[in-house]
Unconditional design. Structure first.
Length: 159
């Protein structure tokens, strides 16, 4: 079975994109290898995102904030899909991605902006995680070898 590389982008690469990377990489279909990056990466992964990623069984050594520049280098993995998960990253001028991967925007509110108790914050992160999982599940159910950009964008509309 072919595995598809998906790069999830967000400005700081500390919450939503990291969750998406972990979800794709640990998806039960085994179809995806998730990556994440940001245009202005933070210094660390949000602790609530890290907690959820580790619960999924994601490799802790892969949990770091990365610049999207890493994925434009000649030795970077070739991406099949590029998905922005925050509105800021969707509006930014992205680097050139070799191989012309399909692009989509799956916008989610930033859970790291949630005010309140740790339980309130965990709930916000879990809600984003559930939304991302639904979209990745929909993507896994599609005939990816025949997928075009229009179909990838429809996933956003269905969830």
């Amino acid at each position: 079975m072919k595995q598809y590389n998906i790069l999830f982008l967000c400005t700081h690469n500390s919450a939503r994109s990291v969750l998406a990377e972990a979800l794709a990489s640990t998806h039960s279909s085994g179809m995806f290898v998730g990556y994440s990056a940001g245009s202005a990466p933070g210094t660390s992964v949000n602790p609530f995102a890290k907690e959820l990623a580790l619960e999924m069984g994601y490799d802790q050594s892969k949990l770091r904030s990365k610049s999207w520049d890493e994925f434009g280098l000649p030795d970077a993995p070739k991406m099949d899909f590029i998905v922005t998960v925050c509105d800021n990253a969707a509006g930014e001028q992205c680097p050139y991605w070799p191989g012309q991967p399909a692009n989509a925007h799956w916008g989610f509110p930033d859970p790291s902006q949630t005010q309140g108790s740790d339980e309130d914050k965990r709930r916000a992160f879990r809600e984003v995680m559930i939304g991302l999982k639904k979209r990745i599940d929909l993507l896994a159910g599609m005939p990816l070898d025949k997928l075009d950009l229009l179909k990838l964008k429809e996933i956003h509309a269905k969830s």
